[in-house]
Write a protein that binds this ligand. Structure first.
Ligand code: PHE
Length: 407
């Protein structure tokens, strides 16, 4: 292993000027919480899988959906973006949002990265579940690693119009169609509406299975480069509308590129942490990666449908420290760079970082940021001395690595 290599899950990758995956993130690869027995994420995962197994059976009574939960999180730029028609200049590709291994390789930012491959293998109904990686802010609901369930269902002409009394003359594709708000150019409006109806029915059904029959749901129009039309499902929870998943009718071009010419499809993607936090009233996303038995023992049951409300293990005090610095004048600075640097040093004892002040000096034109870092250990009380040491190290490293001038 040379200094220009990085090892991920037992494989070596060459690094280059695009590399921004950090040691703290590399440590988190391969934990497979979503398939760890008794882990809350695996309970929620199992409930979703059971729902699709139960809803769709083939003629012999076997589940129609195949489940993939073992795909490697290291993917190509082609898988994560190009295969999904995400434009070359789309902001989601940026280094400030993704963890790149090198110019062509990254830690997948969504499970949709595996869609084209699985379709090319000939699959028509599948769920693909795993850990995804995104650079983001740091607080109780954001963590650089989280888990998603993606699903795809492809149907041919007969399957779509199966339930129609007199399907004579109904066609999936349309020859000289135009794209509208409601459909893609190549699809007939009838086929699109039936697929939309099935998709929405299945997903509202899933929300009811998870949150109870009386859950209030609403659909919001959305945009994704890989689906059209696209929607987001929101559920009313804790007195507010919470976005739980994105979905839509798959872009036909994606299917064509996979060699599929006689089917159309729907797809959706949802985040497991967000669901589990609501279902079990888990207040902090860091708890999912904690190995604390006080947390994990509360989920030791075999039936994933067991209702539980998480009881906080005693809450240890927070300790807030501020850090102000002038941004570098000649190089770029992104708050996400600072968050990763702080996370690399402080790890999971950092509960939240917020930008509390941002001003540009009228004379010198220099910009200053002030960040408040809230420290809290999940399992014990931190001493001020401990916090001061970490805080100063963050300050020293920010000066050294990000070219900022600490004030
Ligand atoms: N990949 C999308 C996300 O991460 C979710 C999605 C999946 C949307 C499939 C539509 C279809 O937000």
């Amino acid at each position: 292993k040379t200094p220009n290599d990085v090892e991920l899950l037992g494989e070596k990758y060459v690094t280059d000027e695009w590399t921004n995956v950090t040691p703290k993130i590399i440590e988190k690869l391969g934990r497979t919480l979503h398939t760890t027995k008794y882990h809350p994420l695996s309970h929620v995962r199992q409930r979703i899988v059971n729902y699709f197994y139960g809803n769709y059976r083939n003629k012999c009574g076997n589940p129609l959906f195949s489940v993939f939960d073992n795909q490697k999180p290291v993917v190509s730029v082609h898988q994560n973006f190009d295969s999904l028609l995400i434009p070359g200049d789309h902001p989601s590709r940026s280094k400030t949002d993704c963890y790149y291994v090198n110019r062509d390789t990254l830690l997948r930012a969504h499970m949709t990265a595996h869609q084209s491959e699985l379709i090319s293998m000939g699959l028509n109904n599948f769920l693909v579940i795993g850990d995804v990686y995104r650079r983001d802010e740091i607080d109780a609901t954001h963590y650089p690693v989280f888990h998603q369930v993606d699903a795809v269902r492809l149907c041919n002409n007969d399957e779509i119009f199966d339930s129609v009394n007199d399907p004579e003359g109904l066609e999936l594709f349309e020859n000289r169609g135009k794209e509208s708000k409601e459909k893609q150019a190549v699809h007939s409006l009838e086929a699109t509406k039936i697929m939309e109806h099935q998709l929405k029915r299945d997903l509202v059904g899933l929300a009811q299975v998870l949150f109870g029959k009386d859950v209030k749901c609403r659909w919001v129009d959305q945009y994704f480069p890989f689906t059209h039309p696209s929607w987001e499902l929101e559920v009313f929870y804790n007195n507010q509308w919470l976005e739980v998943l994105g979905c839509g009718i798959m872009r036909q071009e994606i299917l064509k590129n996979c060699g599929v010419n006689d089917r159309m499809g729907w797809a959706f993607g949802l985040g497991l942490e967000r669901l589990a936090m609501c279902l079990y009233k888990i207040p902090d996303i860091r708890l999912f990666s904690s190995s604390d038995s006080g947390f994990l023992n509360q989920f030791k049951f075999d039936d994933p449908n067991t209702p539980v409300t998480y009881k906080p293990i005693s809450v240890y005090p927070q300790c807030a420290n501020d850090l102000s610095f002038w941004l570098p004048e000649n190089s770029e600075f992104s708050p996400n760079d600072f968050y990763d640097l702080a996370r690399d040093i402080g790890g999971d004892i950092i509960e939240q970082i917020s930008l509390i002040d941002n001003f540009t000096h009228p004379k010198t034109n220099k910009t200053s940021h002030c960040y408040r870092i809230v420290y809290r250990h999940m399992e014990r009380t931190l001493t001020q001395k401990e916090v001061t040491e970490i805080h100063s190290e963050i300050s020293r490293n920010a000066a050294k690595l990000l070219n900022v001038t600490v004030r």
